[in-house]
Design a protein around this ligand. Structure first.
Ligand SMILES: *Cc1c(COP(=O)(O)O)cnc(C)c1O
Length: 356
């Protein structure tokens, strides 16, 4: 039985993407070779990179200074690669602390320069987004996490920043219509909403680069990846190809406005049930609820494990909070069909009938 995958990442992708990827692993477009054996410098693979870059440019409405890269090392590598390339040791970067991932980004930035955490929701266990803060105009950049995967928070509005804005969009990239021109740097590990693990999408405004006085190792210097078109060394060819398939799928669905509407209605169904059901309670401030990672808890903790097991037995896997926070979490990325959410809601209702 095909199960619905609610895991946070690696995560669900559209069935058609799995089919096309499987086919390309056997043979790419009738070329007599598998996708995973061809050279990253072949014209066939170059076409893959070119098309993937073009989709990203169009979906984010980028300008010519904004370079699209497919790198490796995950979003975690970006936590250090960004300050390495952009933050001088006597300069200051501003960070918003809204959960586990932003905390990790802050820790790495401190290695390279000064960090000012301008607001934090650590006081309430990251159950809300700080709303009142001032972005210092003398900061080199301002770093945000648009969606906190672990705590289930999502920024509904992107802040207006007087300094270059940098965003970790790992878990909500291409989940909604956004103007990428607002950002000086965007990064996302592929494995949440656009592909399998292996590739990291980075969109960097090249005007930000070349301003630090330290030496940067060749492989970590964005300028080398820009110059070599993401082919400085052997990239994660399979992951990039599957990202391309997902980007095509987004276009075929009607683009980001269609995807966004679908995400809004899927999340609304699930939150409505969490709010209605006497056994459950949402764990984050309503106005900050993520459309991607829905977090809640069971009011009687002894029922948490049984609910998790019940969902799993009935085809919904991965409904478990991150090990660091507990509770329940359903990741409902772009590829989660409405039917998957409807099944989960039915299971919540049935569990209530049996246990309330
Ligand atoms: C998953 C995640 C990361 C880490 O991604 P890796 O690719 O595993 O390094 C960073 N930030 C956010 C918001 C995430 O969801």
């Amino acid at each position: 039985m095909k199960k619905y995958n609610f895991y946070s990442g690696p995560a669900i992708l559209p069935p058609v993407v799995f089919q096309q990827a499987a086919k390309a692993v056997i043979e790419l477009d009738d070329i007599g070779l598998s996708l995973i054996e061809i050279s990253h410098r072949s014209k066939e693979f170059q076409a893959v990179v070119d098309e993937a870059v073009q989709h990203v440019q169009e979906l984010f409405h980028l300008n010519a200074d904004q370079k699209v890269l497919f790198l490796q090392g995950g979003a975690t590598m970006q936590f250090c690669q960004i300050p390495y390339n952009i933050l001088n040791s006597d300069e200051k970067a501003a960070y918003l602390d809204i959960g586990s991932w932003s905390k990790k980004a802050i820790k790495e930035a401190k290695i390279f320069g000064n960090v000012e955490v301008i607001a934090s929701s650590a006081d309430k266990n990251y159950s809300y987004l700080p709303k009142t803060y001032t972005i210092p105009s003398d900061a080199t950049y301002f770093h945000i996490t648009t969606n906190e995967t672990i705590h289930g928070l999502q920024m509904q509005d992107i802040p207006q920043s007087p300094v270059p804005l940098i965003a970790d969009m790992s878990s909500d990239i291409f989940s909604r219509e956004l103007d990428g021109k607002q950002f000086s740097l965007i990064y996302a590990g592929a494995q949440k909403n656009i592909g399998p693990s292996g590739a990291t999408l980075v969109v960097v405004n090249e005007r930000m680069l070349g301003k630090v006085s330290r030496q940067i190792p060749t492989i970590l210097d964005y300028r080398n990846h820009i110059k070599d078109g993401s082919l400085h060394n052997t990239p994660s060819t399979f992951s990039i190809y599957v990202c391309l398939l997902t980007l095509r799928w987004i276009r075929e669905q009607g683009g980001l406005t269609v995807i966004e509407q679908r995400n809004i209605s899927k999340a609304a169904k699930l939150y409505a049930e969490i709010d209605r059901n006497v056994l459950f309670e949402g764990t984050v401030a309503r106005e900050d609820r993520s459309l991607m990672n829905v977090c809640w808890k069971v009011l009687r903790p002894e029922l948490e494990e049984p609910f998790h097991a019940f969902a799993k037995e009935n085809g919904c896997v991965g409904i478990k909070g991150h090990r660091s926070v507990g509770g329940l979490r359903a990741s409902i990325y772009n590829a989660m069909p409405v039917k998957g959410v409807e099944l989960l809601v039915e299971l919540m209702q049935e569990f209530e009938r049996k246990n309330a």
